[in-house]
Ligand binder design. Structure first.
Ligand SMILES: *[C@@H]1O[C@H](CO)[C@@H](O)[C@H](O)[C@H]1NC(C)=O
Ligand SMILES: *[C@@H]1O[C@H](CO)[C@@H](O)[C@H](O)[C@H]1NC(C)=O
Ligand SMILES: *[C@@H]1O[C@H](CO)[C@@H](O)[C@H](O)[C@H]1NC(C)=O
Length: 264
């Protein structure tokens, strides 16, 4: 009797193991194909979105340098809809800004256009102002859909403006977590360490951009609870020389999926 149970247990475990192995390899395969997205020349027609954009439009870039701790990317010029918020708290600033930006997307623009949502949500602020100093200024922006990058409709609200970001290199650190301020500051510190370690000294650490790809609307085909956030820092970065790694395809490490709860 006991032997029979053991055999039964064992075979159940085997079935479970096989199932887990199958699920894992399927997930890896999916991640592999989604992550295989490579950009041969950002801005070209052969641009493939990185996996962490899911099904949504997101800004184009060329990765100049990739390491596990950071990347140097050159972003193309891009159009964003933006709003400025003063708040004592980063999280409150984002919560106040998002509805204004969504109203623009949902038709509060002079053409009455309804646009599909995009990633990332971008939060721009100074980190050299002490978090307990009282009111701080935040600019919060959403990337505009590819169809409206060239000629974005003007916002109706005077609180909302169109921002055109220049073609420029950025240092980027990715993390699989929500973009709350405490975490953001840890990641920014880690990015500074990584840059210093790699010999990049010409970066601007008092202005930080946080890119949240954690869109609440789960538009990603693969996983539902995947999180992807990034901290971006400006600086005087150069492409790696031909003798180095050279320009490499856009992110493949992001692998599959986006979505989750809110952006912060
Ligand atoms: C919003 O803030 C940014 C950054 O501080 C500033 O450059 C811009 O002029 C502000 N825009 C408006 C409409 O206040
Ligand atoms: C936005 O502005 C345009 C042009 O001024 C106007 O026709 C339209 O009704 C406005 N939309 C809303 C929702 O107020
Ligand atoms: C926030 O912006 C306002 C004007 O836009 C400026 O007067 C003020 O000094 C800024 N506050 C901080 C903490 O930077």
């Amino acid at each position: 009797m006991k032997q029979k149970w053991n055999r039964l247990l064992l075979s159940n475990r085997l079935v479970l193991l096989v199932l887990v192995a199958a699920a894992t390899s399927a997930a890896l395969l999916r991640a592999g194909t989604a992550g295989g997205a490579a950009a041969a020349g950002a801005g070209g027609d052969d641009w493939k979105k990185p996996g962490f954009c899911g099904r949504m439009d997101c800004p184009r870039y060329t990765a100049w340098q990739k390491s596990p701790d950071f990347q140097i990317r050159e972003y193309d010029e891009a159009s964003w809809v933006a709003t400025n918020v003063s708040s004592t708290h980063y999280e409150l600033a984002v919560k106040a800004a998002v509805p204004r930006l969504l109203e623009y997307f949902y038709g509060l623009n002079v053409e009455g256009l309804r646009m599909k949502e995009t990633v990332p949500l971008l939060i721009y602020y100074r980190t050299d102002v002490h978090p307990h100093a009282g009111m701080r200024n935040f600019s919060v922006a959403m990337y505009l859909p590819y169809n409206y990058q060239g000629q974005p409709p003007e916002p109706n609200s005077t609180d909302v403006w169109i921002y055109r970001s220049p073609k420029s290199p950025l240092a980027v650190r990715m993390f699989q977590h929500r973009a709350r301020e405490a975490r953001v500051l840890d990641e920014a510190a880690a990015l500074v360490d990584a840059l210093e370690h790699a010999g990049h000294t010409d970066y601007e650490s008092n202005v930080l951009m946080v890119a949240s790809y954690n869109h609440p609307m789960k538009h990603h085909p693969h996983r539902r609870r995947y999180r992807h956030s990034e901290v971006w820092m400006r600086g005087d970065f150069k492409p790696e020389g031909r003798d180095g790694a050279g320009a490499v395809p856009a992110d493949t490490a992001g692998a599959a999926a986006t979505a989750g709860a809110a952006h912060v």
